[in-house]
Design a protein around this ligand. Structure first.
Ligand code: PMP
Length: 429
């Protein structure tokens, strides 16, 4: 019997690289928001933020090919590519962010950011939410409450309850919830300050993407920022998911919620699939890091990576993709709200720009999470040729975060498929 691709994958890669869906998709080609499998079947991509400006965008492909055909090296030489890119990148962020340190992955960027925070504060205590993910290095894996490290957590990490606007801490959404969250951060700061670690940094995604992207008003983080600053700590904004215009209204997630972090980390969508990431920080922070730690990264910011990142940034800016995210995202959310009127399993519709979804419940009155059902819905969508996934504190939030060229027609196709799946899937635990 011939070995299936799934079996071959398991044999050669081991069990550590899981796939999506009960029946994994075997993709061979992509263009814009569409993907095709080995049998030639077309899928609508409602999930992939890595091909930020669309699968195989010609300007990015051309930039990669041209630079790969000219020069690629490690990063110990002078080259304008990295400088032009960091100039263009920091211009989107604004003061005091005038420099960047390149890495290859978001995990590496967060790992460096933790050390930068240590260099700034002289302390090592880290606070994160209890349903987040910041990457896979030994240090940042400590922050994954959903995936505990063997032997337990290090004593320098502490957790606060992940924000949930649908079931807010303290019972009242909005600013009362914000103050309740800040009080939890204060408790953990106080606890860390009684240890030898002290409190160094609060790391968070300003959109709380992995937590299920709660609906939080502008200013929601202000009480927390005040608590952190008063304690002499710094804030790392992990922009790996909300950055680069995805939220439609603001280029960066921290701007949307309305605060200025001390250190920013970016990755995933930065170069449309080419592995590039970075830490953005003020000049002084770069020097503080350098005086405490040495750092070298063979691949990060090489000429090809920077050409890919520059082309991606230019496409976002020159093809009006943030505006597209706002307009199409509003349209898609309105469609989801319309579906919620017909399907009572949709308890909440949330998101911003092209980062949106719906929380699925057994009954809107009790808000009991429909976790197993949500997984069946994601599989049902896959069977109907629409790729999305689910996450959140109870793993019952359908998550859509498509390439930024997603159109109204794409949204209609997704909404029609979802309507059909929700009709066909019994609401059972
Ligand atoms: N931060 C966040 C918020 C993420 O969601 C991820 C990846 N899902 C990472 C960091 C890690 O990025 P990478 O996989 O590039 O290491």
């Amino acid at each position: 019997m011939t070995e299936t691709l799934t079996d071959r994958r398991a044999r050669l890669l081991g069990p550590n690289m899981s796939t999506f869906y009960d029946e994994p998709v075997h993709l061979v080609r992509g263009l814009g928001t569409k993907l095709w499998d080995a049998e030639g079947r077309e899928y609508l991509d409602c999930y992939n933020n890595v091909p930020h400006v669309g699968h195989c965008h010609p300007r990015v492909v051309e930039a990669i090919c041209a630079q790969a055909g000219t020069l690629n090296t490690h990063t110990r030489y002078l080259h304008e590519g990295i400088l032009d890119y960091v100039e263009a990148l920091t211009a989107t962020v604004g003061a005091p962010f005038d420099s960047a340190l390149m890495t290859c992955t978001g995990s590496e960027a967060n790992d460096v950011a933790l050390r930068m925070a240590q260099a700034l504060t002289g302390k090592t205590g880290v606070i994160a939410t209890d349903h987040t993910y910041h990457g896979n290095t030994t240090a940042v894996h400590q922050l994954s409450r959903t995936n505990p490290p063997p032997g337990g957590y290090a004593t320098n990490v502490a957790f606060v309850p992940a924000p949930d606007s649908y079931r807010p801490l303290g019972g009242v959404a909005g600013m009362p919830h914000a103050h309740a969250f800040a009080a939890k951060v204060q408790e953990q700061i106080d606890a860390l300050e009684t240890t030898a670690h002290g409190f160094s940094t609060l790391i968070l995604c300003p959109f709380f993407a992995n937590e299920g992207f709660p609906d939080l008003p502008h200013g929601w983080l202000d009480p927390t920022v005040e608590v952190v600053r008063r304690a002499g700590g710094v804030i790392i904004a992990d922009e790996v998911q909300p950055g680069f215009g995805r939220l439609g209204t603001d280029f960066w997630g921290f701007r949307k919620i309305g605060f200025t972090p001390d250190i920013i980390t970016i990755g995933k969508p930065m170069a449309n699939g080419h592995p590039v990431a970075a830490v953005i920080a003020p000049h002084d922070t770069m020097y503080a890091f350098r005086s405490a730690f040495r750092y070298f990264n063979t691949f990060a910011g090489n000429p090809v990576s920077c050409a890919a990142a520059m082309a991606t940034l230019k496409v976002v800016q020159e093809e009006g993709l943030m505006e597209n995210a706002r307009v199409v995202g509003d349209y898609a959310r309105a469609g989801l709200l319309d579906l919620a009127g017909r399907h009572h399993c949709i308890g909440d519709v949330r998101g911003s720009g092209l980062f949106f979804g719906a929380e699925m419940v057994m009954d809107p009155a009790t808000k009991t999470p429909a976790t197993a059902f949500t997984k069946r819905v994601a599989n049902g969508m896959r069977q109907r040729g629409v790729l999305l996934n689910f996450l959140g504190i109870h793993y019952n939030v359908l998550k859509m975060r498509p390439p930024m060229v997603f159109s109204r027609q794409d949204a209609d196709r997704m909404l029609d498929a979802l309507d059909d799946v929700l009709r066909a899937t019994p609401l059972e635990a």
